[in-house]
Design a protein around this ligand. Structure first.
Ligand code: ANZ
Length: 872
């Protein structure tokens, strides 16, 4: 037999072990009451058309390490995978290709599954969930009905972005400059009847529980959630509208302010353009200007309005005045779009001296600026805002002289006593717009009662629980109807139905947004085949909250907030045992890849590019038209291309398919490289030649165990040397703490050091086995193979995780005498194998007094015994 056949060859090993795990159901999770549980999962993917790229397995591998480690620690581990399968891209593909999105989605899931299995993740595949399958979304509908029964789901006319070309409502983030960012289609503001979820009922709880004991989330994510919930404390203050021509006027409006302490400095008020008083109070002279302003302001998105920047504040005077309740002064009422209709009361008192936006506005329109705090010497309040509150209250009548801490309660008490206002807490969080005019989503289990000619009466009836699921009907086209109804209205037979009491009814034609399915999938994993309930109490009580959840930071707000909201509702219904769904959260950093673009703008795949270091050339960058020098060319041509790292994907044509990496280096190398690239949470640039490095390491591991001439297991040493033992136990310690702390890259370096220390010499059998066990979460195929060649006939997945021995880590030390000019001046303890440089550094430190100010002429080191410094 030729020598090479016995080298490390992952393709001989990996499929075999994947089959073994699958056939033996090695990773099947069991609700074992005698063992502690551990529940670990990555965020499930959307099965896109391009399959997994090498960015996905990063978080998957990290969770897999922990899952494998915890099994070896005696935990009963639940480590599941599923698919977030509803969504717009599949619907688009369906429109384009005329294939049902369900068919397209299931094909894509199949490819994703093949890829995942080829990487050797230890999922319990029997628990797979697919959010677009009726046996899953039946329960999404079930939960919706629970929300509806609790009064947490309601229909409302809301201004939405309507994109006629796409026939759908878009989210605020999808609209820029009145166009849909993806397609450039124009969008318009429209009031439409939409399903809303009353997440605001849970605002305080969603905020408070971020501080729950045991919740281990990145501080950045906690802060993003807090900001999004946006709790603020302040007061609502009533401003009366001043009578025109000195007549009495009994109209008034409320403003919301977080700074009632500055009330004496309120020199004008602003109403949001949508405020109901605007039309009423605007004077004849101002009417035309105000109407024109209101019309253009309401067509902008909230984001655009807030992003307007301090410099280009816009607004118009209504001609009317209000009375400031604290000093009875008449202040002008303006309309401006920096005040949002949907926050607070939709009206503000403006304090230009102490608020940046108000200051900019007052400067633009020449409104008075009156400070209510002393400002530092030399600070010109007319030119510059003063937002600090540390000074003393002024211009505020009886309150003058107070500090902010005194003023705040004093003024609120005064307002409450005089009936001019009251304390008030506000949240930025809005109710959740929960319907979409799309096909590929969960149908609502809702019926609209109609009269005999089919006109809805406005009465709504939920579909009875026993009639779930309301299955997605087949439609001839995945487009809105010609009258602008959502695509489901095309399914006329499905659409017309009867209510449980026999009255004619129409089905709801909106579908749920893509977020719905991901709000509760972690609960379904506990009991995925249940046909009588979304999950059984026993199962969900056993698994409890998810112990480890890893996914992209792009989900720091919405997905996590929505899932927490549903979880809390379910908890209030006694359906789940915990108040929070995810105890420990971690985010993986993006994996970027170099992209290669020619001057004309076209991207070439990295495989089609070659570097010619000797032939640099200047080209025009398609990114910013600058002149750049490059040494990269489209393979076999003279077309230069510019290299730039970016997110992997179709648009940059730089995706790396894990299957290609596996074909070249094997899954274990892929896994190891994913972890070796750097700290989990950091952004990293993929570099295929880096995979080669870890592959070489695994080949060395192979050669440590296997005689590559014969293919037989090598003879193990009778004894493990002191150095080997120390390197091994260092690796055990680092791997243990590294996996526990999700510092998944550092253990690899220690394992590499161990193999270096061995330099081809085996350790004794027990130590060789310990090494395999700690390697196994990273390179499970190789570890299983070598484990079985060591003579074991069962998987190592449930072997006890090795403990490190402090004694083995201890370093022998020796005492070195230190002489200066041959005279003994001290001693130092150093590790027995300390380098000459280390010994010298320690020695100099010890006798620093004797060397002070003197030039060292000579350093004599007698290894293991003494150091002598010759000075002069
Ligand atoms: C007077 C004042 C003086 C304010 C001052 C701030 C500083 P947060 O903390 O975000 O809740 N405001 C209230 N409703 C608004 C709306 N619908 N659109 C735009 N701005 C609105 O902010 C509350 C503050 O934002 C309120 O306190 C109000 O301005 C403004 F030195 O009132 B303040």
């Amino acid at each position: 037999m030729s020598e090479t056949t016995h080298l490390y060859n992952p393709s001989d090993i990996e499929p075999k072990w994947q089959r073994y795990w699958e056939e033996g159901q090695t990773f099947r999770a069991t609700e074992d009451p005698d063992r502690p549980k551990y529940y670990a999962m990555p965020m499930f993917p959307y099965p896109s058309g391009s399959g997994l790229h090498v960015g996905h397995p990063e978080s998957y591998t990290a969770v897999d390490l922990v899952a494998r480690y915890k099994r070896m620690r005696g935990f009963s581990v639940l480590h599941p995978m599923g698919f977030d399968a509803f969504g717009l891209p599949a619907e688009r593909a369906a429109q384009r290709d005329g294939i049902h999105p369900g068919v397209i989605t299931d094909q894509r899931i199949e490819y994703f599954t093949t890829q995942m299995k080829a990487i050797g993740f230890s999922y319990d595949w029997s628990r797979e969930v697919v959010s677009s399958h009726a046996d899953y979304y039946r329960w999404t509908q079930w939960i919706f009905l629970k929300l509806y029964e609790k009064g947490l789901a309601y229909l409302e006319d809301v201004p939405v972005w309507w994109c006629a070309a796409q026939g759908t409502v878009l989210a605020n983030e999808e609209v820029v400059d009145n166009r849909y960012v993806e397609t450039g289609d124009p969008v318009e503001r429209r009031n439409m009847r939409q399903w809303m979820l009353r997440i605001t009922d849970y605002a305080q709880e969603l905020l408070d529980d971020l501080d729950s004991e045991g919740l281990q989330w990145p501080e950045g994510v906690l802060e993003m959630q807090r900001q999004w919930i946006g709790r603020s404390e302040g007061a609502e203050v009533t401003f009366r509208v001043a009578g025109q021509d000195d007549d009495e006027d009994d109209r008034s409006f409320l403003v919301y302010t977080t700074r009632p302490d500055t009330l004496f400095g309120a020199t004008y008020c602003v109403l949001a353009p949508e405020h109901e008083l605007v039309a009423e109070i605007t004077t004849q002279a101002q009417r035309e200007t105000v109407e024109a302003y209101v019309a253009q302001a309401t067509s902008k998105s909230e984001l655009d309005r807030q992003m307007g920047g301090e410099r280009n504040k816009t607004g118009v005077f209504t001609g009317a005045y209000a009375i400031n309740p604290v000093n009875d002064e008449r202040v002008p009422i303006w309309v401006a779009d920096y005040v949002l209709a949907t926050y607070g009361t939709g009206a503000i008192m403006a304090v230009p001296a102490h608020d940046e936006r108000d200051h900019a506005f007052a400067r633009t329109f020449g409104l008075p600026i009156v400070p209510t705090y002393t400002v530092p010497d030399g600070h010109d309040i007319q030119a510059e805002v003063y937002v600090s509150t540390s000074e003393t209250v002024v211009n505020s009548g009886q309150f003058d002289g107070m500090t902010t801490a005194e003023m705040m309660p004093a003024i609120i008490d005064w307002l409450e006593e005089h009936g001019h206002g009251e304390r008030r807490v506000n949240f930025k969080l809005r109710d959740w717009l929960f319907s979409r005019q799309r096909y590929w989503g969960e149908p609502f289990p809702i019926l609209h009662i109609t009269d005999e000619d089919g006109t809805p009466t406005g009465e709504i009836v939920p579909v009875p629980y026993e009639d779930l699921p309301v299955e997605l009907p087949h439609v001839d086209e995945y487009k809105p109807t010609t009258t602008g109804e959502p695509p489901l209205a095309r399914a006329t037979e499905w659409l017309h139905t009867t209510a449980p009491d026999g009255r004619p009814a129409l089905r709801e034609t909106n579908t749920m947004p893509q977020w719905a399915g991901s709000c509760w999938y972690y609960l379904r994993y506990t009991d995925p085949d249940n046909t009588t309930a979304p999950w059984s109490q026993d199962r969900v009580n056993y698994w409890g909250a998810v112990d480890l959840y890893i996914g992209g930071v792009e989900h720091a707000v919405l997905h996590l907030l929505y899932a927490r909201f549903w979880h809390k509702v379910l908890h209030d219904l006694d359906l789940v045992p915990t108040r929070e769904p995810f105890m420990r959260l971690a985010n993986q950093g993006d994996i970027l890849a170099n992209s290669y673009r020619e001057s004309g703008g076209k991207y070439h795949h990295p495989d089609d590019v070659e570097e010619r270091p000797g032939s640099p050339v200047t080209m025009t960058s398609a990114h910013d038209q600058s002149e750049v020098t490059t040494t990269f060319y489209v393979r076999g041509t003279d077309t230069p291309v510019e290299q730039k790292a970016g997110r992997m994907g179709k648009s940059l044509n730089n995706g790396v398919d894990p299957m290609d990496v596996i074909a070249r280096y094997g899954a274990d190398s892929l896994r190891l490289y994913e972890m070796f690239m750097g700290p989990l949470e950091q952004t990293k640039v993929w570099n295929t030649s880096g995979v080669e490095g870890v592959h070489r390491f695994l080949s060395r591991v192979w050669r440590l165990f296997i005689d590559t001439d014969t293919g037989a297991l090598r003879e193990m040493a009778a004894e493990t040397s002191r150095e080997q033992l120390r390197a091994l136990h260092t690796a055990i310690r680092e791997t243990t703490t590294g996996i526990e702390d999700l510092k998944v890259n550092t253990p690899i370096a220690k394992m590499m050091e161990l193999v270096n220390t061995c330099s081809g010499e085996t350790m004794a059998r027990p130590e060789m086995e310990q090494f395999l066990l700690i390697l196994s979460p990273y390179a499970p195929h190789l570890a299983e193979e070598l484990w079985s060649r060591m003579g074991h006939d069962t998987t190592l997945a449930y072997e006890a995780w090795p403990e490190w021995d402090e004694a083995a880590l201890a370093v022998d030390s020796i005492t070195i005498a230190i002489q200066v000019q041959g005279k003994l001046r001290g001693t130092v303890e150093v590790p027995s194998e300390a380098s000459k440089d280390d010994i010298l550094a320690a020695a100099k430190d010890e006798v620093a007094d004797h060397l002070d100010g003197k030039e060292i002429r000579k350093e004599i080191v007698v290894p293991g015994r003494l150091v002598n410094f010759v000075v002069g």
